[in-house]
Design a protein around this ligand. Structure first.
Ligand SMILES: *Cc1c(COP(=O)(O)O)cnc(C)c1O
Length: 256
């Protein structure tokens, strides 16, 4: 999440122990790495989102990566009405073994994606530089608690995340920052969208979760997410803007 690798060694070893395939949601992490390997390539399959808010974009859409041919074919069928793209028959007579959706991308979007890909190194470098300037500036706040980054070298962050001491204080932070013209990115403002602890409409299908307060079922995740404040890190952020944000955060810290 936010371009930061998870503790992949631990995840991969738990998965191996229980024979569970790992599907990496690397939607926000194109170009990020863990111990030198690109995120999205550590598990059996990975995905990158090319939605407008991600590291590179084609407007909408995304990419699935895998080095397992069976998974690749299944993904292709699923995104093409279940068609097998059987080379032995013309398209109109294509064969099917399963159902699927129309999630095909277009050549237009492919062209935009290739042009975006050329900018990836520049985008990652600028975000890295901007994040460093922002983080260095915020170190002036006594006791500031940043999110843990399991592999700093692989960080492709487009956010800088730190924690308030409580859920209530996180909301107060966001409100005060907004009055100083500094926005937050998803945390804490859109946590309800992104945290499974609020997805009672989905988990009510599972008897073990039905009727439960999921935020209580997963107290550690709830604790971290509800206290988190995410500052956006942009590619085109001039130094003066970063310095303005640093000043606003330091002033807010004094009031909270
Ligand atoms: C954006 C995002 C998605 C969804 O990607 P779409 O391209 O909008 O389908 C999934 N997971 C994470 C972590 C994301 O950030």
């Amino acid at each position: 999440m936010g371009g930061v690798p998870a503790k992949m060694d631990e995840i991969m070893s738990i998965a191996a122990k229980h024979h569970v395939p790992v599907l990496e949601d690397s939607a926000q992490a194109l170009g990020a790495t863990y111990k030198g390997k690109p995120l999205g390539t550590l598990g059996q399959m990975g995905i990158y989102s090319l939605d407008i808010g991600k590291i590179i974009t084609t407007g909408e859409g995304g990419v699935v990566v895998t080095n397992n041919r069976d998974y690749y074919l299944k993904a292709r069928e699923y995104s093409d009405h279940g068609h097998e793209q059987n080379p032995k028959v013309p398209r109109g007579e294509d064969t099917r073994t399963t159902w699927g959706f129309n999630y095909k991308t277009t050549e237009f979007l492919g062209a935009v994606g290739l042009a975006q890909l050329k900018k990836l190194d520049m985008i990652l470098q600028k975000q890295k530089d901007n994040k460093k300037r922002l983080k260095d500036g915020l170190m002036a706040i006594p006791g500031i608690e940043f999110r843990e980054i399991p592999d700093m070298a692989g960080d492709a962050s487009d956010t800088l995340i730190f924690f308030a001491s409580s859920r209530e204080k996180a909301s107060a932070w966001a409100k005060k920052l907004a009055t100083r013209g500094v926005g937050t990115k998803n945390l804490p403002d859109a946590v309800n969208w992104h945290y499974a602890g609020t997805w009672t409409h989905i988990f009510s299908d599972y008897p073990e979760y039905k009727g439960k307060d999921l935020e209580q079922v997963w107290p550690k995740s709830t604790g971290y997410l509800r206290r988190a404040i995410a500052l956006p890190v942009m590619v085109q952020m001039i130094d003066e803007r970063i310095d303005t944000i640093i000043k606003a955060v330091i002033e807010t810290a004094k009031e909270i």
